[in-house]
Write a protein that binds this ligand. Sequence first.
Ligand SMILES: Cc1cc2nc3c(=O)[nH]c(=O)nc-3n(C[C@H](O)[C@H](O)[C@H](O)COP(=O)(O)OP(=O)(O)OC[C@H]3O[C@@H](n4cnc5c(N)ncnc54)[C@H](O)[C@@H]3O)c2cc1C
Ligand code: FES
Length: 515
Amino acid sequence: MAEEQAKPGGPDLALGIAYADLADGGKLLGHVGDDEVLLVRRGAEMFAVGAHCTHYHGPLADGLVVGDTVRCPWHHACFDLRSGEALRTPAFDPIARWSVEEGDGRIVVGRKLAQPAPKRRGAPTAAGPKQIVIVGGGAAGFAAAEMLRRRDYQGSLVMLSNDDAPPVDRPNLSKDYLAGTAPEDWVPLRPDSFYAENNIDLRLNTNVTGIDARSREVVLADGGRVPYDRLLLATGAEPVRLSIPGADRPHLRTLRTLADSRGIIERAKTARRAVVIGASFIGLEVAAALRTREIEVHVVAPEKRPMERILGPQMGDFIRSLHEQHGVVFHLEDSAVAIEEKQVRLKSGRALEADFVVAGIGVRPRLTLAEGAGLAIDRGVVVDAYLETSAPGVFAAGDIARWPDPHSSESIRVEHWVVAERQGQAAALNMLGQRETFTDVPFFWSQHYDVPINYVGHAETWDELVIEGDIAAKDCVLRFNRKGRTLAVASIYRDTESLQAELTMERAAMAVPSR
Ligand SMILES: Cc1cc2nc3c(=O)[nH]c(=O)nc-3n(C[C@H](O)[C@H](O)[C@H](O)COP(=O)(O)OP(=O)(O)OC[C@H]3O[C@@H](n4cnc5c(N)ncnc54)[C@H](O)[C@@H]3O)c2cc1C
Ligand code: FES
């Protein structure tokens, strides 16, 4: 999603507006100098905050005000209107705030307020943990480390990652960055200096091979040991590999890391034609990115419709036709049986020319460490509502964690960016002893060309699919219901309804605490 540089519009809030122009509960977009400012009224209180989300610059004026917070319409970040703090990811940075004065029937926005100063760190306190180790430098691991320091955790913080890159904005690796419409400096979640400045001992290219739960140490591939008194496992998932003849050829790629994305970009520079195996979210995002680079793309997948299992047949048909309009050629109900130097052979007998091939056939959670440590496993690492595993003091978050989801009343494991980040944050607070249950409604987004698809909730199966609006017109809400209850809502350009659906699910879960 490209950053928009909108010219400040709306009234000049430094000159003020009439009190009557802003109803209770209302919000109004204006400006102060060159800054776009959102004015929000809650009863007698007024808040003036930056009008754009600090994630990808989403327009908060189109968001939802809930209590003393505002939620971003694009990927559901949430900001505190009083402090500006990013309460929910995918945003981490606060929004700016301005002072507001009222008098003579007018509301006037005054000076920009300073951001609260970062808290100073001193020696570890006697009561809390002194050594926290995070295994994984992805969404959950990064969000946990950032939250620990944000909440003034003062002890040692070691983050171990077998990747060679510091934490990156992984969703971008199959979207703007891969398409060549975002520069590489958009990709790191934080500049390299962040880790040293925050006393986070980030060790890259460091493979963790074991957990010694008795001595409370993690074991590294080089034999080194790192002691912990709280441990977070956030090892994520890895792409499922093809096991067909030719699967070891170097022009067959998968996509998980920055290095993988760079490798595909290098191939794309000299390629004319690519084959994508798998019509998954990642497979189709890769197809869209390669079409933006004007590469001929063929997609091979066994299903009848792309993404039907998650989004239903109507959305599946739409996604197929959207990609076809952009020149993608589908070979559905077919599969690859061999990768040759310049061709992919299909079960149907066809052979597709390919300068390179990308396989996006799903991912598998990385469970080896958890299994080796004897943690409870059930198609993922089993965690409780506090994200603690069966071993006290050992937490798990992100793609590996199966947690009791109060909304679907099921134990679920999902592979979503925002969920991984929020679980990392919740685990961080629980490692500090806060006893925060993880109750967030699952959310993910996917982007195909100019079409964003947002999805809140979780519905593995449904008995009713209600479609509001017009999918083909890219203006729709799909409700996935089971036994009369809405379990999930997918939408295109219906951001307010998506936010409202999330809120309704949150409130429903709060109303039935024992579910
Ligand atoms: C290309 C791409 C695009 C995506 N787009 C979206 C999207 O648009 N929306 C969405 O909701 N989700 C998206 N996802 C999914 C999302 O990125 C994941 O759900 C999320 O990254 C999971 O976070 P995590 O922290 O669990 O794992 P990861 O982010 O995968 O991080 C795992 C970390 O653990 C490290 N690690 C693993 N094993 C070890 C070990 N033994 N020793 C040391 N380190 C280890 C890895 O190197 C890595 O740093 C996308 C994923 C990919 C790959
Ligand atoms: S732009 Fe606001 S959450 Fe992404």
